[in-house]
Structure formats: C-alpha cells, structure tokens
Design a protein around this ligand. Sequence first.
Ligand code: PEP
Ligand code: MN
Length: 337
Amino acid sequence: MRDHASAADVQHVVDLLTEAGAEAHLSRGEVKTIIGVIGDREVIYSLEFEGLPGVEQVVRVLKPFKLVSRDFQPEDTVVRARGTAIGGGAFAVVAGPCSIESEEQMFSTARAAADAGANMLRGGAFKPRSSPYAFQGMGVEGLKLLRAAGDEVGLPVVTEVLDVRDAEVVAEYADVMQVGARNMQNFMMLDELGTMAKPVLLKRGLSATIEELLSAAEYILKGGNRDVILCERGIRTFETYTRNTLDLSAVAALKSLTHLPVMVDPSHATGRRDLIGPMCKAGIAAGADGLMIEVHPDPEHARCDGPQSLTPADFAALMSDLGPRIALEEKTMGAAS
Ligand code: PEP
Ligand code: MN
C-alpha cells in the first residue's frame, strides 16, 4: 500500500480478497503496510487491485510455471533418446548440418560427427527460412536420409517440426522433436507435442523472455510429456556483429529455475564459425547440459547457414579441445548416480 495508506483503504483490499476466498496476511510498518496474498492463482489474478485507493504496487510472487519449476521437482530431469542421455550430469553434443541436402552430405556429416564424439545427430528437413524464396528443406525425403544416417552411425536424431500438421510424420523418423525459435509460442504445436511420447528440444524464441520460454515448456509438460530440453540460441539485441546475442546468463538462470536440461546453440547464437569454440566453453562454464553445433562437409556451398557451420575437421578439433570439460560433466554424473 502507499505510505500512510488509511486503515479503510487497507480494509477494502482485505475485504475484496476475503470475498474471493483468498487469505490476506498483513504486515504493518510505521509507514507502509504490505498485504501478502495466498490463494488460487486464477482467482487472484482476476482481481484488479491496481488503481484502488491506497494501492501502490501489485507484485506477483507466484511464477506462471509450475511443472517445469525446481520448486516442483528439485532433481534434474534426465532426457533419454535411444542411447543418449542429457541432464543430471549427462552431457550431450548434437552435431549436423543446418539442413539435409543430399544423401552424400548427410551421411558424410553423420560419420564425421560420430567419429568426433557427438552423441546426437541433427539435420533440418523442414526449414523455417526468413525468405519464402530460400531453400525450404527436403521434407520427408530429408527425414528418411537423416534416419538412415543416424542408424548407420548409431546416433539418435533430432529434427525440427515446423508445422503441427507434420508432427506425426516427423515423429515417425525423429528421436527428438525440435521446436524452432520461431515456433516457441506456437501453442497448438506445444499442446500436440505434450501428448506425444517423444522428447522435445524447445528453442528459445528470438525475443522471448526466460519466463516465456519456461511457460512454453510448461505447455508440453502439462500435456503429460516430461521430456523437454531447453535450448538457448541467442536473442535479438541491437548488436549486429553477431547474428544474435548469446544470453549466457539465461543458461545459469534456467539451471536454477528449472529441473529441465539446458542446451546451448552457439551456431545460431553467433552466426560466426570463429566464435563457436569460445561460446561452447562459455556455455559449459555457465552450466549447460549440452551443445548444438552445425557441421557441414563443405560450408561454402551449404544451402543454409554456411558461415556458422564448422567443417568436420574443425568440429573434431573443437571436440578434442572440449574433451576434458565434457568428460568432467560425465564424471559428475558418475559420482552422483
Ligand atoms: C535450427 O536449429 O535449424 C534453427 C532453425 O534454429 P532456430 O530455430 O534456433 O533459429
Ligand atoms: Mn541453421
């Protein structure tokens, strides 16, 4: 309440709360009275306190998410896709091309990714492109190539589901369903994925807050699917030197707010191959449970995201550079289990 709010103004708020079935806890100071409210969230949110006489500020303490919250589940969620685990100390590296372009490209990337130690394979078959004239992906033919390449090298595969109408066909081939940044708040899609028995990799929207990302994940968990991996892939800022701005503080914040595993995608975050190594290390230091890295056998001729793609040789060098850090994560898991 405002400084020196009258007893009548305080009582009026208390009466409104009591009528709505909520409890009001008064904390009276010399100057200020604070009214703490406990009760059903929906009911409390439906009441309008702003503008009432004597009311200074309404602060929502309740988080809009519940199932994804660490308050709800203190232990880390471990998401499993075939032989790969992520979360709870298990570290995953997802590598592969931005888009699946051909059999030769997909298989050679898959072999290189597996040889270098990646434990999940990626490739886009349905591509969200800024321009309608840009390559839109190979569609179902691409899904088949990704599946076959993953099977050959023994890695689970992750691919984006761009439209809820494709969810079923994507699930037929994918081990992990990726929701792209542009679809993070596609609530119909989130609802649909919530009913499916497939892990979901949910990427942070281009301009989404941490709370919005967690609320999007809440949709999936609310539907019954608990296997969600969050992915920080950079957000829009005024900076143009990098494609986006990698929000590393979000990684650390998410690790304390939620039990879900958190992945970092330095490829889409920076758009620049020279920054991927340092940002992988920074992501690990911030507490990430995994990395997503774009790899292409011939980045100069890639149909999508060439400038941010590593060659197989660069990827192998990066993996051996990261080696001790990743191994440390795995050791932590061993100690905990
Ligand atoms: C991708 O991972 O291929 C992709 C399109 O990423 P984002 O949705 O983060 O832009
Ligand atoms: Mn890409």
